[in-house]
Write a protein that binds this ligand. Structure first.
Ligand code: SF4
Length: 210
């Protein structure tokens, strides 16, 4: 018998698959429900989020929520709005050079693929090169950012990583902050605000079959 979504999430909360590899207790971080309008998938929680146990409570989150989406916390953390997940649900620790370790692939195969099967989202937002590569392995990351993409017949937006350390990409691509972010913000707000929802669906109907 197929598990239900709540049992899946209960088991995910207790997951310790990577405990030995990390060398510390993993803290799976995710938020949302089966009707979340937007599935947002980033790379992995930061060390700060590992402590706060709440996604995007770091500098990256500030930029994403307040400067890019321009939404308040009560909107972002409303599970009817966002299903917040990442390629690895847990902060993976540092490698020997002091950089954050790569998100363990086992998390995507074990959890995220199954979570995505249940959620009745309207759109996807993929954050960073690794998330983009996972869902669009044959496409250029930069091309994906500057166009609307489609995944499972739904609009899929790709964002550059909002980390404050990601300085060079924004220097090389000023058009993101000058133009593309306005388009993305409009799409996100259209999905989130109910009265604009019907309009959003009508406007994109012709594109959803890809
Ligand atoms: S990263 Fe994923 S697979 Fe690894 S312990 Fe956390 S929830 Fe489990």
């Amino acid at each position: 018998m197929k598990e239900d979504f709540n049992s899946l999430l209960e088991n995910l909360k207790k997951c310790e698959i990577c405990k030995e590899k990390f060398g510390f207790q993993p803290h799976p971080i995710f938020l949302g429900n089966v009707n979340s309008k937007i599935i947002q998938i980033s790379q992995a929680p930061s060390a700060t989020v590992h402590e706060t146990l709440k996604p995007f409570t770091d500098q990256t989150g500030k930029k994403l929520k307040y400067e890019w989406y321009k939404i308040e916390d009560d909107v972002f953390y409303n599970p009817d709005n966002f299903y917040i997940a990442s390629l690895a649900h847990c902060y993976p620790g540092k490698d020997k050079n002091g950089n954050d370790r790569m998100p363990p692939k086992v998390c995507f195969e074990t959890w995220i693929k199954r979570e995505l099967e249940y959620i009745n989202n309207k759109i996807y937002i993929l954050i960073g090169a690794k998330s983009a590569k996972m869902f669009f392995p044959n496409e250029s990351y930069n091309d994906l950012i500057f166009k609307n993409n489609y995944l499972n017949g739904k609009l899929a937006i790709v964002l550059p990583h909002p980390s404050p350390l990601n300085i060079k990409w924004f220097k090389d691509h000023p058009e993101f902050m000058e133009k593309r972010i306005f388009e993305i913000r409009k799409i996100v707000k259209g999905v989130l605000e109910e009265e604009k929802n019907d309009k959003f669906e009508t406007n994109t109907k012709g594109c959803l079959s890809k």
